[in-house]
Design a binder for this molecule. Structure first.
Ligand code: PDD
Length: 299
């Protein structure tokens, strides 16, 4: 495959902006050997980040969980991101950040004193087509068999990869996962249900990733008087829900209209979704401008 098709041409690796073809890391990087690293995906619309600061704070929390020191301040991260977007021509992009523990002899216990590997790339933001928001998505349910630290945005994603693959083989656009009978999330998105006008939201515990889009959705609901309950949601309630939503930085907020081949509610995007979609669009239209930090000033 042409390397340029893998992402936009300029990437950032360990202090340098360079063409993707020239970006090389050691095969002994613990990110490659063990998946020993964390990541973020931050949406930028014409240079304006959607909750970029919250993403960078979550990156800090993920690094803390793995006891990896954060190599950069928030200002430096913002400056690297700004320059990378500019070097790739701007537009609506998803910024991917990965920090791994670094290169070491293969051994399970992380040795102290490693230098983190820092990699960033940008991709055109793969938001769903307008039809997806109008017609909705078809999903399949699966048992969530990932590890018990799903709140960490770790690069070790094999559990999620295999679940998504299984879901695709079953014909699902995405998966809706349950653990011990209760709703968790999708393979790379959060899920909420609506019953009798109330938005039912699984708690942000260790069983799901605390999504930035999910958090924003809850904030918009509360500010605009849409009833919302944060609590465990049983499979039975999901089966009987009027609406089901899927949320992430790339999907934004999208409706699920069938689950396991059966209609969710009336089988069309519901009225609460339509309200939330409008609130989300409005929020996006009014995103604050990007901070004017330059990389030199930040360092
Ligand atoms: N995924 N849950 C999981 C397991 C995720 O991987 C993601 C994000 C989310 C939604 O989080 P946010 O709203 O902050 O994007 C929930 C990203 C998009 C990815 O892995 O590509």
């Amino acid at each position: 495959m042409n390397a340029q098709a893998l992402c936009l041409p300029t990437v950032y690796l360990n202090g340098k902006f360079l063409p993707i073809e020239e970006a090389k890391i050691s095969p002994l990087d613990r990110g490659f050997i063990f998946g020993d690293g964390v990541y973020e995906v931050i949406p930028y619309y014409d240079g304006r980040g959607l909750r970029a600061l919250e993403h960078l704070k979550r990156l800090q929390r993920s690094l803390d969980e793995l006891e990896i020191a954060n190599p950069h301040s928030i200002e430096t991260w913002e400056a690297i991101i700004g320059e990378l977007i500019e070097r790739n021509g701007g537009g609506n992009v998803g910024v991917y950040i990965q920090v791994t523990r670094g290169v070491a002899k293969r051994d399970f216990p992380p040795p102290p004193g490693l230098t983190q590997t820092v990699f960033l790339m940008v991709n055109p933001l793969a938001t769903p087509k307008p039809e997806t928001y109008e017609k909705g998505m078809s999903c399949v349910s699966l048992d969530d068999n990932r590890w018990l630290r799903c709140h960490v945005k770790a690069t070790a994603l094999l559990g999620a990869v295999l679940l998504k693959h299984e879901g695709s083989k079953l014909g699902g656009d995405e998966v809706v996962m349950f653990r011990d009978g209760y709703l968790t999330e999708s393979s790379a998105s959060n899920i909420a249900a609506v019953k009798n006008g109330v938005i039912l939201c699984p708690p942000m515990d260790n069983l799901i990733l605390g999504g930035i889009t999910y958090e924003l959705m809850m904030e918009l609901a509360r500010k605009n008087g849409l009833p919302l309950e944060v609590r465990r949601v049983h499979r039975r309630e999901v089966r009987a829900a009027d609406e089901l939503w899927i949320m992430s930085s790339t999907k934004e907020v999208a409706p699920i209209v069938t689950l396991d081949g059966k209609p969710v509610g009336n089988g069309v995007p519901g009225p609460v979704f339509k309200k939330m979609r409008a609130l989300f669009e409005d929020y996006k239209r009014n995103l604050p401008a990007a901070p004017s930090t330059s990389l030199k000033a930040a360092e």
